[in-house]
Write a protein that binds this ligand. Structure first.
Ligand SMILES: Cc1cc2nc3c(=O)[nH]c(=O)nc-3n(C[C@H](O)[C@H](O)[C@H](O)COP(=O)(O)OP(=O)(O)OC[C@H]3O[C@@H](n4cnc5c(N)ncnc54)[C@H](O)[C@@H]3O)c2cc1C
Length: 477
Protein backbone atom coordinates (compact mmCIF):
# COMPACT_ATOMS: atom_id res chain seq x y z
CA UNK A 1 0.00 0.00 0.00
CA UNK A 2 1.38 3.48 -0.93
CA UNK A 3 2.30 5.77 1.94
CA UNK A 4 2.44 9.52 2.41
CA UNK A 5 4.04 11.44 5.25
CA UNK A 6 2.03 14.29 6.75
CA UNK A 7 3.98 16.72 8.93
CA UNK A 8 1.66 18.38 11.45
CA UNK A 9 2.59 21.87 12.59
CA UNK A 10 0.08 24.53 13.68
CA UNK A 11 -2.76 22.25 12.50
CA UNK A 12 -2.95 19.84 15.43
CA UNK A 13 -6.20 17.96 14.73
CA UNK A 14 -7.55 15.16 12.55
CA UNK A 15 -10.92 16.39 11.31
CA UNK A 16 -11.71 18.84 8.51
CA UNK A 17 -8.03 19.05 7.71
CA UNK A 18 -7.23 20.18 4.16
CA UNK A 19 -3.54 19.22 4.28
CA UNK A 20 -4.11 15.83 5.82
CA UNK A 21 -6.88 15.04 3.34
CA UNK A 22 -4.59 16.03 0.42
CA UNK A 23 -1.77 13.78 1.70
CA UNK A 24 -4.22 10.91 2.28
CA UNK A 25 -5.06 10.88 -1.43
CA UNK A 26 -1.52 9.52 -1.95
CA UNK A 27 -1.71 6.59 0.44
CA UNK A 28 -1.91 5.64 4.11
CA UNK A 29 -0.62 8.51 6.19
CA UNK A 30 2.40 8.41 8.50
CA UNK A 31 1.76 11.22 10.99
CA UNK A 32 4.85 13.22 11.93
CA UNK A 33 5.56 16.30 14.00
CA UNK A 34 8.88 18.12 13.72
CA UNK A 35 9.84 20.46 16.56
CA UNK A 36 11.82 22.82 14.34
CA UNK A 37 13.99 25.78 15.37
CA UNK A 38 11.44 28.41 14.18
CA UNK A 39 8.59 27.06 16.29
CA UNK A 40 10.87 26.22 19.23
CA UNK A 41 11.96 29.87 19.40
CA UNK A 42 8.37 31.06 19.51
CA UNK A 43 7.47 28.49 22.17
CA UNK A 44 10.41 29.48 24.33
CA UNK A 45 9.16 33.06 24.24
CA UNK A 46 5.84 32.47 26.00
CA UNK A 47 5.45 29.86 28.78
CA UNK A 48 1.65 29.77 28.34
CA UNK A 49 2.04 29.19 24.62
CA UNK A 50 4.47 26.32 25.26
CA UNK A 51 2.07 24.68 27.73
CA UNK A 52 -0.87 24.99 25.33
CA UNK A 53 1.12 23.63 22.39
CA UNK A 54 2.46 20.60 24.30
CA UNK A 55 -1.06 19.71 25.42
CA UNK A 56 -2.32 20.05 21.82
CA UNK A 57 0.43 17.75 20.50
CA UNK A 58 -0.31 15.19 23.22
CA UNK A 59 -3.99 15.31 22.37
CA UNK A 60 -3.24 14.72 18.68
CA UNK A 61 -1.05 11.73 19.56
CA UNK A 62 -3.87 10.30 21.69
CA UNK A 63 -6.36 10.73 18.81
CA UNK A 64 -3.97 8.92 16.45
CA UNK A 65 -3.52 6.07 18.93
CA UNK A 66 -7.31 5.63 18.99
CA UNK A 67 -7.01 5.02 15.25
CA UNK A 68 -4.29 2.42 15.65
CA UNK A 69 -1.41 4.75 14.80
CA UNK A 70 0.61 7.40 16.63
CA UNK A 71 2.62 10.55 16.13
CA UNK A 72 6.28 10.25 15.16
CA UNK A 73 8.13 13.17 16.77
CA UNK A 74 11.43 14.48 15.53
CA UNK A 75 13.53 17.53 16.44
CA UNK A 76 15.63 19.51 13.99
CA UNK A 77 15.49 21.10 10.54
CA UNK A 78 12.39 19.86 8.70
CA UNK A 79 14.19 19.29 5.35
CA UNK A 80 16.75 16.64 6.39
CA UNK A 81 14.48 15.19 9.09
CA UNK A 82 11.53 14.61 6.75
CA UNK A 83 13.72 13.34 3.91
CA UNK A 84 15.17 10.66 6.17
CA UNK A 85 11.78 9.78 7.55
CA UNK A 86 10.15 9.46 4.12
CA UNK A 87 12.91 7.03 3.12
CA UNK A 88 12.52 5.05 6.35
CA UNK A 89 8.76 4.54 5.90
CA UNK A 90 8.80 4.20 2.11
CA UNK A 91 6.76 7.35 1.32
CA UNK A 92 7.16 9.38 -1.88
CA UNK A 93 4.91 12.30 -0.88
CA UNK A 94 5.25 14.68 2.07
CA UNK A 95 2.41 17.03 2.92
CA UNK A 96 2.17 19.90 5.38
CA UNK A 97 0.07 23.01 6.02
CA UNK A 98 1.43 26.36 4.83
CA UNK A 99 2.61 28.95 7.33
CA UNK A 100 1.92 32.64 6.72
CA UNK A 101 4.44 34.70 8.70
CA UNK A 102 7.81 35.45 7.13
CA UNK A 103 9.82 32.90 9.12
CA UNK A 104 7.38 30.10 8.39
CA UNK A 105 7.26 31.07 4.71
CA UNK A 106 11.05 30.83 4.48
CA UNK A 107 11.08 27.53 6.36
CA UNK A 108 8.43 26.11 4.04
CA UNK A 109 10.34 27.20 0.94
CA UNK A 110 13.54 25.58 2.23
CA UNK A 111 11.63 22.43 3.03
CA UNK A 112 10.10 22.26 -0.42
CA UNK A 113 13.52 22.63 -2.11
CA UNK A 114 15.12 20.03 0.18
CA UNK A 115 12.40 17.50 -0.58
CA UNK A 116 12.28 18.12 -4.32
CA UNK A 117 16.07 17.91 -4.60
CA UNK A 118 15.79 14.46 -3.03
CA UNK A 119 13.19 13.42 -5.64
CA UNK A 120 10.28 13.53 -3.18
CA UNK A 121 6.94 15.16 -3.89
CA UNK A 122 6.29 18.18 -1.65
CA UNK A 123 2.63 18.92 -0.95
CA UNK A 124 2.11 22.23 0.91
CA UNK A 125 -1.60 22.98 1.40
CA UNK A 126 -3.53 25.99 2.74
CA UNK A 127 -5.30 24.86 5.87
CA UNK A 128 -5.27 27.71 8.41
CA UNK A 129 -7.55 30.25 6.65
CA UNK A 130 -11.19 29.44 5.92
CA UNK A 131 -10.63 30.93 2.46
CA UNK A 132 -7.14 30.30 1.02
CA UNK A 133 -5.23 33.38 -0.22
CA UNK A 134 -5.22 32.24 -3.83
CA UNK A 135 -9.01 31.84 -3.86
CA UNK A 136 -9.57 35.43 -2.77
CA UNK A 137 -6.73 36.87 -4.86
CA UNK A 138 -7.79 35.26 -8.14
CA UNK A 139 -8.49 38.05 -10.58
CA UNK A 140 -7.51 40.83 -8.16
CA UNK A 141 -4.52 43.19 -8.70
CA UNK A 142 -2.64 40.65 -10.78
CA UNK A 143 -3.39 37.97 -8.19
CA UNK A 144 -1.29 39.40 -5.37
CA UNK A 145 -3.92 39.81 -2.70
CA UNK A 146 -5.97 42.54 -1.02
CA UNK A 147 -4.53 45.43 0.95
CA UNK A 148 -7.85 46.86 2.10
CA UNK A 149 -10.25 44.94 4.32
CA UNK A 150 -13.58 46.33 3.06
CA UNK A 151 -13.39 44.96 -0.52
CA UNK A 152 -11.74 41.78 0.79
CA UNK A 153 -14.62 41.21 3.18
CA UNK A 154 -17.19 41.82 0.42
CA UNK A 155 -15.54 39.08 -1.65
CA UNK A 156 -14.90 36.75 1.33
CA UNK A 157 -18.61 36.59 2.10
CA UNK A 158 -19.19 35.10 -1.35
CA UNK A 159 -16.45 32.48 -0.94
CA UNK A 160 -17.65 30.61 2.10
CA UNK A 161 -15.62 27.47 2.66
CA UNK A 162 -16.52 24.05 1.26
CA UNK A 163 -17.64 21.11 3.41
CA UNK A 164 -15.38 18.93 5.54
CA UNK A 165 -12.09 18.30 3.75
CA UNK A 166 -12.37 14.51 4.22
CA UNK A 167 -10.68 11.87 6.33
CA UNK A 168 -7.43 9.91 6.25
CA UNK A 169 -6.34 6.34 6.87
CA UNK A 170 -3.21 6.02 8.96
CA UNK A 171 -0.38 3.59 8.43
CA UNK A 172 0.65 1.34 11.32
CA UNK A 173 3.93 2.77 12.56
CA UNK A 174 6.94 0.56 13.02
CA UNK A 175 9.64 3.19 13.61
CA UNK A 176 10.52 4.80 16.93
CA UNK A 177 9.46 8.30 17.92
CA UNK A 178 11.36 10.82 20.01
CA UNK A 179 9.47 11.84 23.18
CA UNK A 180 6.47 14.15 22.83
CA UNK A 181 7.37 17.78 23.57
CA UNK A 182 6.88 18.90 27.17
CA UNK A 183 6.68 22.50 28.49
CA UNK A 184 10.01 22.19 30.38
CA UNK A 185 11.76 21.74 27.02
CA UNK A 186 10.81 25.36 26.27
CA UNK A 187 11.57 26.69 29.74
CA UNK A 188 7.91 26.63 30.87
CA UNK A 189 6.70 25.22 34.18
CA UNK A 190 3.05 25.83 33.35
CA UNK A 191 0.10 23.61 32.52
CA UNK A 192 -2.64 24.94 30.22
CA UNK A 193 -5.45 26.73 32.09
CA UNK A 194 -8.15 25.09 29.95
CA UNK A 195 -8.79 21.72 28.27
CA UNK A 196 -6.82 21.59 25.00
CA UNK A 197 -7.28 19.58 21.79
CA UNK A 198 -9.80 18.99 19.08
CA UNK A 199 -12.67 17.83 21.30
CA UNK A 200 -12.17 20.69 23.75
CA UNK A 201 -12.01 23.29 20.96
CA UNK A 202 -15.21 21.99 19.39
CA UNK A 203 -16.96 22.00 22.78
CA UNK A 204 -15.87 25.61 23.29
CA UNK A 205 -17.23 26.61 19.88
CA UNK A 206 -20.53 24.82 20.55
CA UNK A 207 -20.94 26.52 23.93
CA UNK A 208 -20.10 29.91 22.39
CA UNK A 209 -22.60 29.54 19.56
CA UNK A 210 -25.31 28.33 21.94
CA UNK A 211 -25.33 31.65 23.82
CA UNK A 212 -22.52 34.23 23.99
CA UNK A 213 -22.17 34.49 20.18
CA UNK A 214 -25.63 36.06 20.07
CA UNK A 215 -24.32 39.02 22.08
CA UNK A 216 -20.94 39.16 20.35
CA UNK A 217 -21.72 42.64 19.00
CA UNK A 218 -21.53 43.96 22.57
CA UNK A 219 -18.92 41.57 23.97
CA UNK A 220 -16.27 42.45 21.38
CA UNK A 221 -16.41 46.10 22.52
CA UNK A 222 -17.32 45.92 26.20
CA UNK A 223 -14.72 43.92 28.09
CA UNK A 224 -16.88 43.30 31.15
CA UNK A 225 -19.96 42.22 29.17
CA UNK A 226 -20.35 38.71 27.81
CA UNK A 227 -17.68 36.64 26.15
CA UNK A 228 -15.91 36.65 22.85
CA UNK A 229 -15.18 33.15 21.57
CA UNK A 230 -11.65 32.90 23.04
CA UNK A 231 -10.78 30.56 20.20
CA UNK A 232 -7.59 32.44 19.26
CA UNK A 233 -5.21 29.82 20.68
CA UNK A 234 -7.21 26.89 19.29
CA UNK A 235 -7.31 28.50 15.83
CA UNK A 236 -3.62 29.35 15.96
CA UNK A 237 -2.56 25.78 16.84
CA UNK A 238 -5.21 24.38 14.51
CA UNK A 239 -7.04 22.27 17.08
CA UNK A 240 -10.12 23.54 15.26
CA UNK A 241 -10.44 24.45 11.58
CA UNK A 242 -11.42 28.02 10.73
CA UNK A 243 -13.63 26.43 8.06
CA UNK A 244 -15.55 24.56 10.76
CA UNK A 245 -16.01 27.73 12.83
CA UNK A 246 -17.31 29.62 9.80
CA UNK A 247 -19.66 26.83 8.74
CA UNK A 248 -21.01 26.35 12.29
CA UNK A 249 -21.62 30.10 12.63
CA UNK A 250 -23.45 30.24 9.29
CA UNK A 251 -25.53 27.26 10.35
CA UNK A 252 -26.39 28.94 13.66
CA UNK A 253 -27.64 31.90 11.66
CA UNK A 254 -30.26 29.71 9.96
CA UNK A 255 -32.16 29.43 13.28
CA UNK A 256 -35.53 31.08 12.45
CA UNK A 257 -36.06 32.23 16.05
CA UNK A 258 -33.08 34.58 16.23
CA UNK A 259 -33.66 38.27 16.90
CA UNK A 260 -32.27 40.87 14.50
CA UNK A 261 -29.53 41.91 16.98
CA UNK A 262 -28.53 38.27 17.42
CA UNK A 263 -28.14 37.84 13.66
CA UNK A 264 -26.08 41.03 13.59
CA UNK A 265 -23.83 39.56 16.28
CA UNK A 266 -23.29 36.39 14.26
CA UNK A 267 -22.44 38.48 11.19
CA UNK A 268 -19.94 40.47 13.23
CA UNK A 269 -18.39 37.24 14.43
CA UNK A 270 -18.03 36.08 10.83
CA UNK A 271 -16.46 39.46 10.08
CA UNK A 272 -13.81 38.75 12.75
CA UNK A 273 -13.05 35.42 11.09
CA UNK A 274 -12.80 37.23 7.76
CA UNK A 275 -10.31 39.62 9.39
CA UNK A 276 -8.21 36.63 10.32
CA UNK A 277 -8.17 35.42 6.72
CA UNK A 278 -7.49 38.97 5.53
CA UNK A 279 -4.35 39.31 7.66
CA UNK A 280 -3.18 35.81 6.74
CA UNK A 281 -3.43 36.63 3.02
CA UNK A 282 -1.78 40.01 3.65
CA UNK A 283 1.22 38.24 5.22
CA UNK A 284 1.23 35.61 2.48
CA UNK A 285 1.59 38.23 -0.27
CA UNK A 286 3.73 40.71 1.71
CA UNK A 287 6.52 38.77 3.30
CA UNK A 288 8.14 41.87 4.81
CA UNK A 289 4.98 42.61 6.85
CA UNK A 290 6.59 41.34 10.06
CA UNK A 291 9.28 44.03 9.99
CA UNK A 292 8.39 46.70 7.45
CA UNK A 293 5.33 48.98 7.28
CA UNK A 294 3.00 48.00 4.46
CA UNK A 295 2.58 51.68 3.56
CA UNK A 296 5.76 52.80 1.84
CA UNK A 297 5.17 56.43 2.90
CA UNK A 298 5.49 55.31 6.53
CA UNK A 299 8.74 53.34 6.20
CA UNK A 300 10.95 56.22 7.31
CA UNK A 301 8.57 57.54 10.01
CA UNK A 302 10.43 58.29 13.22
CA UNK A 303 8.81 56.10 15.84
CA UNK A 304 11.05 55.78 18.92
CA UNK A 305 12.35 52.46 20.23
CA UNK A 306 12.17 53.57 23.84
CA UNK A 307 10.61 56.15 26.17
CA UNK A 308 10.99 56.95 29.84
CA UNK A 309 7.49 55.51 30.41
CA UNK A 310 7.85 52.37 28.31
CA UNK A 311 8.26 50.20 31.41
CA UNK A 312 5.11 51.71 32.88
CA UNK A 313 3.20 50.61 29.76
CA UNK A 314 4.82 47.17 29.84
CA UNK A 315 3.86 46.53 33.44
CA UNK A 316 0.38 48.11 33.42
CA UNK A 317 1.25 51.21 35.42
CA UNK A 318 0.52 54.09 33.02
CA UNK A 319 -2.05 55.68 35.32
CA UNK A 320 -4.72 55.11 32.64
CA UNK A 321 -6.84 52.39 34.27
CA UNK A 322 -8.31 50.78 31.12
CA UNK A 323 -4.87 50.36 29.54
CA UNK A 324 -3.33 49.06 32.75
CA UNK A 325 -6.20 46.61 33.25
CA UNK A 326 -5.64 45.24 29.73
CA UNK A 327 -1.92 44.74 30.22
CA UNK A 328 -2.48 43.07 33.56
CA UNK A 329 -5.13 40.81 32.04
CA UNK A 330 -2.63 39.78 29.38
CA UNK A 331 0.13 39.09 31.86
CA UNK A 332 -2.17 37.12 34.15
CA UNK A 333 -4.02 35.07 31.53
CA UNK A 334 -2.20 35.09 28.14
CA UNK A 335 -5.13 36.89 26.51
CA UNK A 336 -6.38 40.49 26.33
CA UNK A 337 -9.82 41.70 25.30
CA UNK A 338 -9.78 42.78 21.62
CA UNK A 339 -10.93 46.38 22.08
CA UNK A 340 -8.56 46.93 24.98
CA UNK A 341 -5.73 45.58 22.78
CA UNK A 342 -6.43 48.34 20.27
CA UNK A 343 -6.57 51.06 22.96
CA UNK A 344 -3.41 49.87 24.75
CA UNK A 345 -1.54 49.56 21.42
CA UNK A 346 -2.68 53.02 20.32
CA UNK A 347 -1.35 54.47 23.61
CA UNK A 348 2.07 52.93 23.01
CA UNK A 349 2.33 54.09 19.40
CA UNK A 350 0.84 57.58 19.69
CA UNK A 351 0.93 58.75 23.31
CA UNK A 352 4.45 57.39 23.83
CA UNK A 353 5.45 57.54 20.13
CA UNK A 354 6.97 54.06 20.30
CA UNK A 355 7.46 51.74 17.36
CA UNK A 356 4.66 49.13 16.92
CA UNK A 357 7.28 46.36 16.71
CA UNK A 358 8.30 47.02 20.32
CA UNK A 359 4.71 46.50 21.48
CA UNK A 360 4.15 43.46 19.32
CA UNK A 361 7.33 41.80 20.64
CA UNK A 362 6.44 42.65 24.22
CA UNK A 363 3.02 41.02 24.02
CA UNK A 364 4.48 38.02 22.27
CA UNK A 365 6.07 37.01 25.60
CA UNK A 366 2.65 36.62 27.19
CA UNK A 367 0.12 35.62 24.52
CA UNK A 368 -0.99 31.99 24.40
CA UNK A 369 -1.99 32.15 20.74
CA UNK A 370 0.76 31.80 18.20
CA UNK A 371 -0.23 34.01 15.27
CA UNK A 372 2.67 36.24 14.19
CA UNK A 373 0.89 37.20 10.96
CA UNK A 374 -2.16 38.46 12.87
CA UNK A 375 0.00 40.24 15.43
CA UNK A 376 1.94 42.12 12.74
CA UNK A 377 -1.18 42.95 10.70
CA UNK A 378 -3.09 44.29 13.70
CA UNK A 379 -0.20 46.24 15.16
CA UNK A 380 0.49 47.85 11.80
CA UNK A 381 -3.19 48.64 11.47
CA UNK A 382 -3.36 50.35 14.87
CA UNK A 383 -0.10 52.24 14.26
CA UNK A 384 -1.50 53.63 10.99
CA UNK A 385 1.29 52.12 8.88
CA UNK A 386 -0.48 49.03 7.54
CA UNK A 387 -3.65 48.00 5.78
CA UNK A 388 -5.87 50.72 7.27
CA UNK A 389 -5.71 53.37 4.60
CA UNK A 390 -7.19 56.27 6.61
CA UNK A 391 -5.31 59.53 6.00
CA UNK A 392 -4.58 60.03 9.72
CA UNK A 393 -4.04 57.44 12.43
CA UNK A 394 -6.97 56.72 14.74
CA UNK A 395 -5.73 57.81 18.15
CA UNK A 396 -7.87 56.41 20.94
CA UNK A 397 -8.53 58.60 23.97
CA UNK A 398 -8.14 56.09 26.83
CA UNK A 399 -10.43 58.03 29.18
CA UNK A 400 -13.25 58.46 26.67
CA UNK A 401 -12.91 54.80 25.67
CA UNK A 402 -13.17 53.78 29.33
CA UNK A 403 -16.29 55.91 29.85
CA UNK A 404 -17.86 54.41 26.74
CA UNK A 405 -16.89 50.74 27.05
CA UNK A 406 -16.34 50.21 30.78
CA UNK A 407 -18.76 52.77 32.26
CA UNK A 408 -19.22 50.95 35.57
CA UNK A 409 -15.45 50.25 35.74
CA UNK A 410 -16.20 46.54 36.17
CA UNK A 411 -13.30 45.45 33.95
CA UNK A 412 -10.87 47.86 35.60
CA UNK A 413 -11.87 46.70 39.07
CA UNK A 414 -11.30 43.07 38.05
CA UNK A 415 -7.69 43.70 37.04
CA UNK A 416 -6.68 46.66 39.24
CA UNK A 417 -7.59 45.62 42.78
CA UNK A 418 -5.86 48.75 44.13
CA UNK A 419 -8.68 50.83 42.58
CA UNK A 420 -11.54 48.48 43.39
CA UNK A 421 -12.76 50.43 46.42
CA UNK A 422 -13.02 53.78 44.61
CA UNK A 423 -16.34 55.02 43.21
CA UNK A 424 -16.86 54.56 39.44
CA UNK A 425 -16.40 58.26 38.72
CA UNK A 426 -13.02 58.34 40.44
CA UNK A 427 -11.77 55.39 38.40
CA UNK A 428 -12.94 56.93 35.14
CA UNK A 429 -11.45 60.37 35.91
CA UNK A 430 -7.78 60.35 37.00
CA UNK A 431 -7.95 63.85 38.56
CA UNK A 432 -10.91 62.96 40.73
CA UNK A 433 -9.30 59.56 41.32
CA UNK A 434 -6.12 61.19 42.60
CA UNK A 435 -8.10 63.27 45.08
CA UNK A 436 -10.08 60.25 46.24
CA UNK A 437 -6.94 58.20 46.66
CA UNK A 438 -5.31 60.97 48.66
CA UNK A 439 -8.35 61.05 50.93
CA UNK A 440 -8.17 57.28 51.36
CA UNK A 441 -4.42 57.15 52.02
CA UNK A 442 -4.79 57.22 55.79
CA UNK A 443 -7.27 54.34 55.54
CA UNK A 444 -5.42 52.08 53.14
CA UNK A 445 -1.77 52.96 53.76
CA UNK A 446 0.40 53.33 50.65
CA UNK A 447 -2.11 53.13 47.81
CA UNK A 448 0.26 52.72 44.93
CA UNK A 449 -1.66 53.37 41.72
CA UNK A 450 0.37 55.90 39.67
CA UNK A 451 -0.58 59.29 38.25
CA UNK A 452 -1.09 59.32 34.44
CA UNK A 453 2.42 59.18 32.98
CA UNK A 454 1.52 61.66 30.21
CA UNK A 455 -1.34 64.03 29.49
CA UNK A 456 -3.18 62.27 26.66
CA UNK A 457 -4.60 65.40 24.97
CA UNK A 458 -1.22 67.14 24.87
CA UNK A 459 0.87 64.22 23.61
CA UNK A 460 -1.73 63.05 21.08
CA UNK A 461 -1.92 66.54 19.54
CA UNK A 462 1.88 66.77 19.40
CA UNK A 463 2.04 63.37 17.72
CA UNK A 464 -0.52 64.34 15.07
CA UNK A 465 1.38 67.54 14.27
CA UNK A 466 4.61 65.58 13.84
CA UNK A 467 2.82 62.94 11.79
CA UNK A 468 1.41 65.56 9.40
CA UNK A 469 4.85 67.23 9.06
CA UNK A 470 6.72 63.97 8.37
CA UNK A 471 4.13 62.61 5.95
CA UNK A 472 4.08 65.95 4.04
CA UNK A 473 7.89 65.93 3.89
CA UNK A 474 7.95 62.33 2.62
CA UNK A 475 5.30 62.95 -0.09
CA UNK A 476 6.65 63.26 -3.66
CA UNK A 477 6.57 66.95 -4.70
C1 LIG B 1 -2.87 45.45 18.68
C2 LIG B 1 -3.51 44.12 18.41
C3 LIG B 1 -2.74 42.98 18.44
C4 LIG B 1 -3.31 41.73 18.15
N1 LIG B 1 -2.53 40.63 18.19
C5 LIG B 1 -3.06 39.42 17.90
C6 LIG B 1 -2.26 38.26 17.94
O1 LIG B 1 -1.06 38.31 18.26
N2 LIG B 1 -2.83 37.06 17.62
C7 LIG B 1 -4.17 36.98 17.30
O2 LIG B 1 -4.66 35.88 17.04
N3 LIG B 1 -4.95 38.07 17.26
C8 LIG B 1 -4.44 39.28 17.54
N4 LIG B 1 -5.25 40.39 17.53
C9 LIG B 1 -6.63 40.26 17.05
C10 LIG B 1 -7.72 40.03 18.11
O3 LIG B 1 -7.62 40.97 19.13
C11 LIG B 1 -7.65 38.63 18.69
O4 LIG B 1 -7.68 37.68 17.65
C12 LIG B 1 -8.86 38.36 19.59
O5 LIG B 1 -8.83 39.24 20.67
C13 LIG B 1 -8.79 36.95 20.11
O6 LIG B 1 -9.82 36.72 21.04
P1 LIG B 1 -11.05 35.78 20.67
O7 LIG B 1 -10.53 34.47 20.21
O8 LIG B 1 -12.01 35.80 21.79
O9 LIG B 1 -11.63 36.54 19.39
P2 LIG B 1 -13.10 36.68 18.82
O10 LIG B 1 -13.45 38.11 18.91
O11 LIG B 1 -14.02 35.70 19.38
O12 LIG B 1 -12.85 36.38 17.26
C14 LIG B 1 -12.78 35.04 16.76
C15 LIG B 1 -11.49 34.86 16.01
O13 LIG B 1 -11.44 35.75 14.91
C16 LIG B 1 -10.11 36.17 14.70
N5 LIG B 1 -10.02 37.63 14.89
C17 LIG B 1 -10.76 38.41 15.67
N6 LIG B 1 -10.38 39.70 15.57
C18 LIG B 1 -9.35 39.71 14.69
C19 LIG B 1 -8.51 40.73 14.18
N7 LIG B 1 -8.62 42.01 14.53
N8 LIG B 1 -7.54 40.37 13.31
C20 LIG B 1 -7.38 39.08 12.93
N9 LIG B 1 -8.15 38.08 13.39
C21 LIG B 1 -9.13 38.39 14.27
C22 LIG B 1 -9.24 35.47 15.74
O14 LIG B 1 -8.71 34.31 15.18
C23 LIG B 1 -10.25 35.16 16.83
O15 LIG B 1 -9.88 34.07 17.63
C24 LIG B 1 -4.69 41.65 17.83
C25 LIG B 1 -5.47 42.82 17.82
C26 LIG B 1 -4.88 44.03 18.11
C27 LIG B 1 -5.74 45.27 18.07
Amino acid sequence: MARAVFAFSRDLRLSDHAGLAAAARHGDVVAVHVVDPVSATRLRRSPRRAAYYCAAVASLDAALRERGSRLIVRRGNPGPVLRALARAVGAGVIGWSCGYDAKSLRRDRDLQSALEEAGLRALPVHDAPAVPPEDSAAGHRGGDGYRAFVPYHALWRTLLPPGDAGSATFAPVEIASEPLPIPEEFGSQLAPDEPVGETAARAKLTAFLAGPALQYGVARNVPAAGETSRLAAALSFGTIAAREVVRATCYRNTDPFLLVEERTSLKLYLRSLAQRDFFLQLAWYNESLAEEPLQSKMRGFGFARTHQHLDAWRSGRTGYPLIDAGIRELRATGWMHPRVRAIAASFLCFDLGIDWRVGRDEWDHYLTEDEPALAAGNWQWVAGVGADLAAYPRIYNPLKQARRFDPAAAYVRRWLPELAALPDAAILDPVLGRRQRQMQLPLFGGLSYPEPVVDHETVARAFLERYAREVRAAAPS
